[in-house]
Design a protein around this ligand. Structure first.
Ligand code: CP
Length: 327
């Protein structure tokens, strides 16, 4: 196999394997494991630039992508990553599974497990669904987003993109703005960025503020100008109307007026600020089109880097490197 040498970009102590069978959350990961995934993703990104974008690292391994919630980026990105590593993959969506006939998630998964997959990638609307599968299954489980809990590979690809642009994570001011209450992307990013030494600010309407924010070690404000002043990175989060029961906002137009990212607001940030959004984005709600499509936006870089980061996670969990026993 021709994987390139993995550079030790941050000069952190070298670990060569993850200390776990599954990737369920960023909260579980140690900083050296995060660095290992990001460094491995750099090598994987190089594979994606070759004329023939395929290596045999997962030849003979079977991966099931089990998606019970809508997804464009995460599902396709995992599938491309699996194919680039030569895994055999199959995709199961809720509408085409026996869950639609009333079967439980546990029973569906145990039936799939009986067919000896090596890995299951799960997206589910219930927080904790991946932890349930982790206890039930011999296969490695990757969390592709569980309810309002975590979306670990999104935070990893976000960190990879920031590190690629800024050459570091430690010491950066990162402002995360939007629907904090319902966001699994926020939780994973807070865990990752604080573990890696970034200065994290979160900002949103009081009705959408993160519950128990003090325990996360971040600055919290509802004043957008304070959050983004001198920031190195601005990360916008989608207003998740589908998870809201009741009126959290007077109107989307009002939200855009107070919190939407415009070119005028961007001038408060550092001159080389980068603007991120995990997608799907609502233009004219979280972000003005001139910002989404403008020179500071790295939104499509995030999507591109998602493939490399997911290749790294797949490779480290079931590829050539055997995982160490959790400490
Ligand atoms: N960022 C993200 O999870 O996008 P999808 O819902 O399209 O997968």
């Amino acid at each position: 196999m021709s994987l390139p040498v993995i550079p030790n970009v941050n000069e952190t102590p070298v670990v060569t394997a993850l200390r776990r069978k599954d990737l369920l959350s960023i909260a579980d990961l140690a900083p050296d494991e995060i660095s290992l995934i990001l460094d491995t993703a750099e090598a994987m990104k190089e594979i994606g630039l070759r004329p023939i974008k395929k290596v045999p690292a997962l030849r003979g391994k079977t991966v099931v992508n089990l998606f019970f919630e809508a997804s464009t980026r995460t599902r396709t990105s995992f599938e491309i990553a699996e194919k680039r590593l030569s895994a055999d993959t199959l995709n199961i969506a809720a509408v085409s599974s026996s869950v639609a006939k009333g079967e439980s998630l546990a029973d569906t998964t145990l039936n799939l497990e009986a067919m000896q997959p090596d890995m299951i990638v799960l997206r589910h609307s219930s927080s904790g669904a991946c932890h349930l599968l982790s206890r039930l299954c011999r296969s490695a489980i990757i969390n592709a987003g569980d309810g309002m809990h975590e979306h670990p590979t999104q935070a990893l690809l976000d960190a990879f993109t920031i590190r690629e642009r800024k050459k570091r994570l430690a010491g950066l001011k990162v402002a995360i703005v939007g629907d904090l209450l319902h966001s699994r992307v926020l939780r994973s990013n807070i865990y990752l960025l604080t573990k890696m030494g970034a200065d994290v600010w979160v900002c949103g309407p009081p009705t959408l503020m993160l519950t128990d924010v003090a325990r996360f070690g971040v600055h919290a404000t509802s004043t957008i100008d304070e959050a983004i002043a001198d920031s190195d990175v601005i990360m916008l989060l989608r207003i998740q109307l589908e998870r809201m029961e009741g009126a959290f906002l007077p109107s989307l137009r009002e939200y855009f007026n107070v919190f939407g990212m415009t070119e005028a607001r961007l001038r408060l940030a550092r001159p080389n600020v980068i603007v991120m959004h995990p997608g799907p984005m609502n233009r004219g709600v979280e972000i003005a089109s001139e910002v989404a499509d403008g020179p500071y936006s790295v939104i499509h870089d995030q999507v591109a880097n998602g493939v490399a980061v997911r290749m790294a996670v797949l490779y480290l969990l079931v590829g050539g490197v055997k995982h160490e026993t959790a400490a």
